[in-house]
Design a protein around this ligand. Structure first.
Ligand code: TYD
Length: 425
């Protein structure tokens, strides 16, 4: 099937958002809508408390491709708007830092890296993953459009190309640093509209024996655990193994190993190498079989998921309002992008949730998108003690419980909203 071409997004005449009606993997036009979360603000667009300008909003709805089983958003917000200044810092979570070290241990063996090999991380954020490679003696280069984060990555010992990844960026990279033996891309593929340009870039940059490691949130987990708050404008695509293989094969890549990973509510890690099409390896076959058995190539599980989302939203909204009428004071932990989807989808505001604690310096002193809830440092928990703490970064629940023992020891209760509302006393 012919792949559709798109107008490049141009800063000077960039539209507010583009409606996308074709599948970004296979080009199909008969996409099936199954989840509509309404019109939402951008999930990381924290605001100055005095900012009275109208907030940017765009539709947030998900479509299913009945041909390749990719789920994707119905719109594309220009990436410059979301990623040129980025408030998410990987280094804030110890769980993520430990994940990076384990990822490096595995990748070094899988890719057979030799000391002084070049490792490139696409979407390098604040350089947390690269610093784990750097500490093992590899040369490291990050690629990321967010200037504020690139500076942090440089401080951790990596050179940074401050650009969106593309075939063009790959040429710049190779000219400046040579060809890497390993390219990593964790939690970035879902951000990319033109996946063909992205994979072309990987093909250009990687040496013939090089390895490309991808981590993405897994649609199998998202549906199974009703993780609907992982849906926001930055996440354009929701991947299964099957559509990823189709995309990779088109660019001459084969998966040499794949597995599920627990981070962020459940993800996929795939290793790709250049090579001609052949029978998938056992780890890939097992995942493809799982997807078939779960019926994830059909619309039905997604329709079931959409019904489940409505029920979670309803239960959470009812519960929080009920607690409020009983006079309980509520706050939240983790001004995550997920939290923005969750709180906006139940119409929460600062009357319901007094504040959100977050350890990210860029977020403190701001207000959360759409809801206007103030974001504050952790010290606030002791000085303005709530009765209930809603954990919006539920993917890091253990770490947050560890960091807030004073709150729980003083009788505070936690509310974990996803996959189903539960209390931790
Ligand atoms: P996260 O759940 O990783 O992702 P997303 O924003 O993509 O939904 O976000 C976690 C947020 O929680 C992030 O703003 C950092 C914050 N956080 C803390 O402030 N302290 C912590 O100990 C942890 C684990 C997270």
């Amino acid at each position: 099937m012919e792949i559709p071409h798109f107008m490049p997004i141009n800063n000077e005449m960039s539209p507010e958002f583009i409606t996308r009606t074709t599948c970004r993997i296979c080009g199909a036009t008969d996409l099936i809508p199954y989840l509509d979360l309404g019109t939402m603000p951008l999930a990381n667009a924290i605001r100055d408390p005095n900012d009275m300008t109208p907030e940017f909003r765009a539709p947030l709805a998900v479509l299913f491709c009945p041909h390749c089983a990719l789920s994707q958003l119905s719109v594309v917000v220009p990436p410059e708007r979301m990623f040129s200044y980025y408030v998410y810092r990987s280094e804030i979570s110890q769980t993520w830092c430990a994940h990076c070290v384990a990822c490096v241990d595995e990748a070094v063996v899988e890719a057979g890296l030799k000391e002084s090999d070049l490792v490139v991380d696409i979407g390098s954020n604040d350089g947390t993953l690269l610093s784990a490679f750097h500490q093992r003696g590899f040369r490291t280069v990050g690629v990321d459009p967010a200037r504020n984060l690139s500076e942090s990555a440089s401080r951790k010992g990596s050179d940074v190309l401050c650009e969106f990844w593309s075939a063009k960026a790959a040429e710049h990279l190779v000219a400046a640093h040579g060809k890497p033996a390993l390219i990593t891309a964790t939690n970035v593929l879902a951000h990319v509209d033109d996946l063909d340009d992205f994979f072309s870039g990987v093909g250009i940059a990687l040496g013939d024996n090089g390895v490309f490691v991808v981590e993405v949130p897994y649609m199998g987990d998202l549906v199974e655990k009703s993780e609907f708050d992982t849906i926001y404008h930055e996440h354009l695509s929701y991947f299964l193994v099957a559509p990823l293989l189709t995309l990779a094969a088109r660019h001459g890549f084969q998966a040499s190993y794949a597995r599920r990973i627990p981070i962020h509510g459940g993800g996929l890690r795939l290793y790709f190498r250049k090579g001609v099409a052949q029978e998938p390896v056992q780890s890939v076959r097992a995942l493809l079989a799982f997807e078939q058995d779960a019926g994830l190539h059909l619309i039905r599980p997604y329709e079931r998921f959409a019904r489940q989302v409505k029920s979670i939203q309803h239960d959470l909204a009812e519960t929080l309002r009920h607690l409020k009428t009983r006079g309980r004071r509520m706050a939240a932990y983790g001004a995550s992008a997920k939290g923005a989807t969750l709180l906006n989808s139940i119409g929460a505001n600062s009357d319901l949730i007094e504040y959100i604690v977050d350890d990210t310096p860029e977020k403190q002193g701001k207000t959360a998108p759409g809801t206007g809830i103030p974001i504050v440092p952790a010290s606030y928990l002791a000085s303005h003690r709530p009765d209930d703490l809603v954990i919006l970064a539920w993917n890091f629940v253990d770490e947050i419980l560890d960091k807030t023992t004073k709150f729980s020891q003083a009788g505070g209760r936690y509310i974990v909203p996803v996959p189903a509302l539960r209390y931790i006393e």
